[in-house]
Ligand binder design. Sequence first.
Ligand code: IVH
Length: 716
Amino acid sequence: MPQPIPVSDLTARQAKVEHKRLAAQVEAANIAYHQNDAPVMDDAAFDALRLRLVAIEDAHPELKEAASASAKVGAKASGKFAKIRHRVPMLSLDNAFTDEAVAEFVQRVHRFLGRKEEDPIAFTAEPKIDGLSLSLRYENGALVHAATRGDGEEGEDVTVNARTIAEIPQALAGPDVPAVAEVRGEVYLGHADFAGINERQREKGLPEFANPRNAAAGSLRQLDATITASRPLRFFAYAWGEMPELPAPTQSGVVEAFGRWGFRTNPLMQRCESVEALIAHYRLIESQRATLGYDIDGVVYKVDDLALQARLGFVSRAPRWAIAHKFPAELATTVLEAIEIQVGRTGALSPVARLRPVTVGGVVVTNATLHNEDYIRGYDSKGERIRDGEPPDIRVGDTVTVKRAGDVIPRVAAVDLSQRPVGAKPYVFPTLCPACGSHPTREINPRSGKEDAVRRCTGGLICPAQAVERLKHFVSRDALDIDGLGDKQIEFFHGDPDLPVKEPADIFTLAARDAANLKKLKDKEGFGAQSVTKLFAAIEERRTPPLNRFIFGLGIRHIGETNARLLARHYGSFDALRAAGLAAADPVSPERQELDAIDGVGPTVVEALTDFFGEPHNEELLDRLLAQVTPQPLEAVASASPVAGKIVVFTGALERMTRDEAKAMAERLGAKVAGSVSSKTDLLVAGPGAGSKLKDAQKHGVQVIDEAGWFDLVGG
Ligand code: IVH
């Protein structure tokens, strides 16, 4: 074998070529090892590759900068751990970015509970730790399970790893430890420990972690728990899942109990009784941020009284009783090197800024969004300036400010005109779709009459970029969630002549087609026997997807997760939804009335649904897909409740609960709440002052009860 050229002798060009090759090999080896559990080389060979890569990067730092965005470790670990279903879902938090948004949150809480503004409600305020959440299940005081958040419903079983964390008690102490206690909190790394870990990564020639959160995630989700044990992970307890007997009636009281049981709790948690007090505590925490020794990205406010928390409940995936007040975004200045156009699933042409690499808040950023063509031009469709105090437009070559807030995609926020190079030309937005050549248009919103800021490709089903994006969406985490079938694999299959995947149904025929092919997938680059077997098994597993995920995965415009769930719950089966979506195209049909009456479904959604189901191509595509998969109806939520599946309308004044609360309660019990009465309505709950809805109910022969009757019925 020829000796490799010493790194110091490589020309810049040679270095670039070799760097690219080595980086690809290392990445492939990483994927093979971590994601597919099928190493393609031994440790010594891997180390040699890495060392040479690092040596080249040291000699040619510009290569390192360009590559570092993709060299982040620990970002992904799929299918390595067993899954654990959370008995109580792990939710996320809504965000507030301004003091005003915090005041609005507090007002919303008051309004929902029907409390006067001057009647104070207590909140807790505590740091939002920038780590990863973990749910610990204790039975009779002993740790039995640890699970990551995952998608909130199902996480990964990291019990063995969690047991190596010193700050996670193996057993809980104290007289008031309940028989079942699921304690939740954040796993994180301190700044000093993070620096130490990266130093060791460097010494070993391994890639460094981008920030403490990635390092914590990478350390916890290790197949080899001895690696987890070697990383000084820490844990703050701040929430809980299943816990039938609570040690206190307040948020602060339960967290205090966690302290007694052996957990670390955050010393900066405080009880506050006004918006002013919350904001004051936020400022205090913000002022200590730099010296805490660990990353925080905001302050979380929670209603303290647990009875009030229970009344407030949840919307979609976030509690109504809590909010995260985020710290302002971090900024950096760099040069805009190019503008590229990406075509999204719905045809939206999105301009993406390619940037000279710059570190923003500890992460190397090379891409940022430029939103839309108006944003680049600096004027909206009415000719109003979009950004104040700056030159109006953004040009390639400009020095720009990049903003990054937490997990949000970085964005180009401002331009420095004084640095604009001579000869920089205004950017011309493409007049043809870069993927299919169709003419992109800007839609006019029928209600506002305003032109949409987004230019969309009109190629629809013929546009390959849209097709690929739709497929990526179909298999994505919140949709069908097929392990081992990510963006890269979809792109591969879409372009593969032997096993093409052009539409969702094709995914489910992959295994059969591969079996019939002479050229096997396992022999292709990037695949191996084991990973192909795993992929096909993961696909098989998804032939019976939950109905809401299936509906969401179709990528119908305006049907996000919440609407998908709403529709799944309302219609119960895909056939019923499909029939309704077809029939509802007739504006006077009963199906249309039913759709219009679903609370939360507005005219835009109705139009999107009728458009989707009315399109003959979609009909054929659905027929082919449904020959492969059978969506499963949502588990009958609270099917034991007397109002499960019923269509309920509330009208008139209610005394024991606010209208919002009534609606949330009915939905929790499995009812569908509608805004108007039709022949489909099962029940009208009418308080004093009920008017036309009461008359409609009488006309349609709908059962009418009052608020007291409602509580009798639902037993509260
Ligand atoms: S409470 C039902 N408190 O933030 C709400 N979350 O954006 C449960 N987080 O997934 C979360 N510090 O990983 C809560 N003091 C804190 C937190 C916190 C960090 C994380 C947590 C959650 C995410 C939501």
